[in-house]
Design a protein around this ligand. Structure first.
Ligand code: UD1
Length: 420
């Protein structure tokens, strides 16, 4: 099994370029099913999750051309052959659920195996289904599959009990071809929702309000192909920001949208890290001043992202003073705590809260990636740990970080990937 071997090698220095956003490209690829013509997607990160989405789209009937060398994917769906997403693909990636909205809109039927993905919580799909029902679909569940059917989708009003990212995206895509007007209230406001809306509007959809808590969609009879470059990955950006901070380095991060990482910037500044930002650059400088603790509470955007919680927690173990982390988005997102404690951290959890004692000298150990972002946290901890950190089950991590090892090595990190 492949592993990462990480050794402490001092502060990270240099420049790193951020790739296109995983969480933006996946719904955009799914939305391309809605188009009559070809969609050209640019700034596509080379990730395992993108590969899975390519396979899923092909299994449905799309013609997908991968041109990763140029960060490009072409998707054309002349005819949807199968309105079903098979278990083998869905279990590998929860975002597979995102084909459900487009399939329902296009063919009046969508059947999908109940999703897997990172085991960071129960992650039900009730809100997605509630949205489809509001548009007139009937839902049936059984034998590990869920099916939505509608002779005709009509616009409706949906209030989301929680601003779920995936449910907001799925409902937007289903509503794009429905007859009439749809309103999604308490919608997710993440930048990836805005990117999806921009892509859909380029295809001829009428989506307004993306980026606020109320999204309005006026259904149209058909959509056409288009060309779109996905936004930079804000979680990869945040991960490199925290990597610079944890190693007390000085790193210039390029191809970023500073606005998308405001909470990470704010919290690093509270800890004493020096940050400079301009149009599409962020410089993180942590090589002079002593760093101190802070508290974080994860929230839907624009709050502190749950996808940055494990990496930030690794950092907080190294600063002066205790910190409290409260995870409000997922109920089981502390699996990395046991792994960090194996490396000498002192973290106690109680329900959704974690108390982190600072000033720890971490020690290298054999640890596992318990999920995608927890894996990144292990690498960051390994960069500061005395001795060797051996990280296994890295397939979680490679689902969502492009060119991970090379980017870190170029900043001076001592990390290698073994293939044994
Ligand atoms: C997306 C991101 C993921 C991120 C998460 C929260 C993608 C591909 N993935 O995941 O990286 O961690 O947003 O920012 O974009 N929920 C329900 N019922 C539902 C749907 C969700 O109760 O029908 C709950 C979930 O269990 C969870 C919370 O809502 O507790 C947030 O989930 P959601 O926003 O839907 O996350 P994803 O779209 O799965």
């Amino acid at each position: 099994m492949s592993k990462y071997i990480v050794r402490k090698n001092g502060p990270l220095y240099g420049e790193v370029e951020i790739s296109g956003s995983k969480n933006a490209v996946l719904p955009i690829m799914a939305a391309s099913l809605l188009a009559e013509g070809e969609c050209e997607i640019l700034e596509v990160p080379k990730l395992r999750d993108v590969d899975v989405m390519c396979k899923l789209l092909r299994s449905i009937g799309s013609d997908v051309t991968e041109d990763y060398g140029n960060g490009r994917i072409l998707i054309k769906t002349d005819r949807i052959k199968v309105e079903q997403a098979p278990y083998e693909l869905v279990k590998r990636m929860r975002a597979s659920i995102l084909v459900m909205g487009p399939l329902l809109a296009k063919t009046g039927r969508a059947k999908i195996a109940l999703p897997g993905g990172c085991a960071i919580g129960a992650r039900p799909i009730d809100l997605h289904l509630k949205g489809f029902q509001a548009l007139g679909a009937e839902i049936e569940q059984g034998h590990g599959y869920v099916e939505a059917r509608a002779d005709k989708l009509t616009g409706g009003k949906v209030y989301l009990d929680f601003p779920s990212v995936g449910a907001t995206e799925n409902i937007m895509m289903a509503a794009a071809l429905a007859e009439g007007h749809t309103v999604i209230e308490n919608a997710a406001e993440e930048p990836e929702i805005v990117d999806l809306a921009n892509f859909m509007n380029k295809m001829g959809a009428k989506v307004k309000g993306a980026g606020t808590d109320t999204i309005r969609i006026e259904g149209v009879p058909s959509l056409h192909g288009t060309r779109h470059a996905v936004i930079p990955d804000r979680i990869e950006t945040g991960t490199f920001m925290v990597a610079a901070a944890i190693t007390r380095g000085d790193v210039l991060i390029k191809n970023v949208v500073p606005d998308h990482v405001k909470p990470v910037i704010a919290k690093l500044i509270e800890c004493g890290v020096h940050i400079e930002e301009s149009d599409d650059l962020i410089r993180v400088k942590a090589d002079v001043q002593p760093l101190v603790s802070t508290d974080i509470k994860t929230m839907p955007y624009p709050g502190f992202p749950t996808d940055m919680q494990p990496q930030f927690m690794a950092f907080l173990t190294t600063v002066k003073g205790p910190s409290v982390v409260v995870e409000t988005v997922f109920e089981n997102r502390y699996m990395h705590v046991g792994e960090l404690n194996r490396m000498g951290a002192d973290i106690k959890t109680e329900g959704r809260s974690a108390i982190i004692q600072g000033d720890r000298i971490l020690q290298g150990a054999q640890v596992i990636c318990t999920d995608l972002r927890a894996g990144a946290a292990m690498v960051l901890a390994g960069l500061m740990a005395e001795g060797i950190t051996e990280i296994s089950e890295i397939y979680h991590l490679e689902r969502g970080y492009a060119d991970f090892v090379d980017k870190f090595r170029r900043l001076g990190a001592n990390i290698i990937r073994t293939n044994d």
